[in-house]
Design a protein around this ligand. Structure first.
Ligand SMILES: [Zn+2]
Length: 78
């Protein structure tokens, strides 16, 4: 059975849903931007001890092979 609802109660309910949706969107975009920023920011720098090449690899990693000579190098730590 449907019961009559006051218009102001209905509008307050709709406004509450809109506010909750906006907070949800803000939280989702904040998390997405933080993940994208970390993905772009976290690079690892390497210096090849065999051929003296300095190169960068994406993401955080401890070892990488040199693109020039194939030597396995350890990440530079500052
Ligand atoms: Zn090398």
């Amino acid at each position: 059975m449907l019961q009559p609802v006051d218009l102001s109660v209905f509008l307050a309910f709709v406004a509450g849903l809109v506010v909750l949706g906006l907070f949800g969107l803000q939280a989702w975009y904040d998390r997405r931007d933080a993940l994208l920023f970390d993905h772009r920011r976290l690079n690892s720098a390497f210096y090849c001890t065999r051929c003296s090449l300095t190169f960068v690899r994406p993401r955080r990693r401890e070892e990488a092979t040199c693109p020039h000579c194939g030597w396995n190098n350890v990440r530079l730590k500052f």
